[in-house]
Design a protein around this ligand. Structure first.
Ligand code: FAD
Length: 478
């Protein structure tokens, strides 16, 4: 009988095991992959935490209360207040612990960051190797607990079912090893730390209403945790909070496709010279609006979550390159290859036909934009309008709104107990990480660092407190 069975040895599962073992628990970690780390292999690893020692060292006054207010401001109060509170209240101690164990952020961190709607204060940190910097810190700590005998790790082992008792409490798991044999492991507590579902196209579509266009998530982010939870009565929540990013250029027209490049759409980094048009050949957002959240929500309302950057030869020659880490010559090479995402033509109508957006409207759209350049007044309020779009050839780059994390997750309470449709905890079952869904910690927005940090924080908290929490729950039930 194990004290704790952890399903998934990734971002949340590793700290759960480390801290539970340090408190004397006998821990079994079952991991589907042939290595530990999960999404940390791919993640940008950007974390937010307030009231850290590093902030104090550089004179930044910050607090969990301010962090909480900022998260709720950015997501417009759509996240789960209980879980956000739990995450931010314990983020600083988790971040400080990482640094104490050897994690070193990039010089000059914390920063405000610009990829997402910025915080009011510098509380955003990541390492030079992004998610892997965190993994490098966690691995030796995990291995030390394995060596001491507190943690038993089984790789290439997929949990296929939860085992329950007559009262519906979870008492173990059924898992398939690499020999294909199914074994039942009995446990006093089971932690679902199996990640999200962003690599499961069918489930992603069912829950978001959109295809999973982008292949960027961990290969085993297949929704196993959600399905295991559901099988014992757990509720799923958050679907209405789905949001896509303002987009990436994909490598191919297949679904899903890998990311080829990212447009620089943050006006504080590069002001836009191009216009963005939707499938109707119409502009749909002020391209230089400072709020990335406004741009993302505008794209969410467009067909296929897609837009095209349209520009002319004069802009191509004069503007700074529009794609991250690309020279003008590298961008020209994509057009020369007739790449599905890069189209060039001698007229706007021909460009629209080649790229696949509405040719009937594009001339009117560009004419209206050119008038705005001449008059200085743009109906969408755009400020930066350096030149008209009028010199052939014309260019279009297709940009796809993408998602790399999973919005929907299992209901859970302030002790990270998985809950049913009535909000009642399912005995013996806990959850941490993306299996809780991004909607719980970010709501209907992308809030910087509010996935990786809560996954680590909740994992660490469970490791520290789960034995005590579950003993109290058992005593109350008897
Ligand atoms: C490209 C990318 C960039 C990102 N950047 C950021 C960022 O900068 N900041 C941020 O806050 N968030 C970011 N995220 C999100 C964040 O990294 C994840 O939400 C977080 O790492 C997930 O942690 P987790 O423990 O829930 O899942 P994981 O770390 O994926 O761990 C889950 C583990 O469970 C295993 N597993 C799955 N099913 C089973 C099963 N049936 N049996 C046994 N094991 C199983 C998996 O193999 C995996 O190892 C990013 C995500 C991606 C994909």
């Amino acid at each position: 009988m194990w004290d704790v069975i952890v399903i998934g040895g990734g971002t949340a599962g590793m700290p759960t095991a480390i801290f539970a073992a340090r408190r004397g628990a006998k821990v079994l970690v079952l991991e589907r992959a042939d290595e530990l780390g999960g999404t940390l292999h791919l993640s940008s690893g950007q974390m937010s935490a307030a009231g850290t020692k590093r902030q104090a060292k550089v004179g930044i006054q910050d607090s969990a209360d301010d962090h909480y207010d900022d998260v709720m401001r950015i997501c417009k109060d759509t996240a789960d207040p209980t879980l956000v509170r739990l995450a931010v209240d314990h983020a600083a101690e988790t971040y400080d612990w990482l640094e104490q164990e050897g994690f070193v952020p990039i010089e000059g961190h914390p920063v405000l960051g610009h990829a997402h709607e910025p915080y009011r204060t510098r509380r955003y940190y990541w390492g030079p190797d992004m998610g892997r910097s965190i993994l490098k810190t966690l691995l030796p700590l995990f291995q030390a607990e394995v060596k001491k005998g507190g943690v038993t790790l089984q790789l290439e082992t997929t949990v296929t079912a939860l085992v329950t008792d007559a009262r519906g409490g979870v008492t173990g798991v059924r898992a398939k090893g690499k020999d294909g044999k199914e074994i039942v492991y009995e446990g006093k507590n089971v932690v679902l730390a199996a990640g999200g579902y962003s690599s499961n196209g069918a489930l992603f579509k069912e829950l978001s209403g959109h295809p999973q266009y982008c292949d960027a998530a961990w290969k085993y982010a297949l929704g196993d945790g959600l399905n295991l939870g559901k099988s014992v009565g757990a509720t799923w929540r958050g679907a209405e909070q789905y949001l896509c990013s303002f987009g990436a250029v994909l490598q191919t027209d297949t679904i899903p496709a890998k990311i080829l490049a990212r447009p620089i759409h943050h006006p504080e980094v590069r002001l836009p010279w191009e216009i963005s048009v939707n499938a109707h050949g119409k502009r749909f957002v002020r391209e230089d609006v400072p709020s990335v959240d406004i741009r993302e929500h505008a794209l969410l309302r467009q067909p296929n979550l897609r837009h095209w950057l349209v520009f002319d030869d004069a802009i191509f020659a004069a503007a700074p390159p529009v794609l991250v880490d690309h020279t003008r010559e590298q961008i020209a090479a994509h057009f020369a290859k007739d790449h599905p995402m890069f189209k060039k033509a001698d007229s706007l109508r021909a460009l629209a036909s080649a790229a696949g957006f509405d040719p009937a409207n594009i001339e009117a759209t560009v004419a209206a934009y050119n008038d705005a350049v001449a008059s200085g007044f743009d109906v969408l309020g755009r400020q930066h309008k350096p030149v008209k779009i009028e010199k052939a050839p014309f260019y279009a780059i297709r940009v796809q709104g993408t998602s790399i994390s999973s919005t929907v997750g299992l209901g859970a309470d302030e002790q990270l107990r998985v809950t049913d449709a009535k909000g009642k905890p399912i005995p013996g079952l806990y959850a941490a990480g993306e299996v809780l869904g991004s909607a719980q910690t970010m709501g209907g927005a992308f809030v910087g660092g509010m996935m990786v940090m809560p996954a680590l924080t909740f994992g660490r908290l469970l490791g520290q407190r789960l034995l005590q929490w579950s003993a109290t729950a058992r005593a109350a039930a008897e």
